[in-house]
Design a protein around this ligand. Sequence first.
Ligand SMILES: [Zn+2]
Length: 80
Amino acid sequence: MVSAPRAGEGAMTMENFTTLPEGFEVPIEGFVVRCPRCGRNGVLERPRESRPFCLHAQESTLFSDGLRVEPTDSCELPDA
Ligand SMILES: [Zn+2]
């Protein structure tokens, strides 16, 4: 017997931050800045354990145990 996935499970969402205006606040993620490396807009991320990076696009997939988020397009920034 094959069980069909519940509606919405495994659904993938692409989020593109390059189209957002500079200074826009993305809930949880941070603020949109213009990337010094490629000139596109993106969300400035400052992970505690690694270098800051500018996130331009990410893919989120909904699983039964939660949401998995994978950056698909980002630029690593020099330490500020
Ligand atoms: Zn960039």
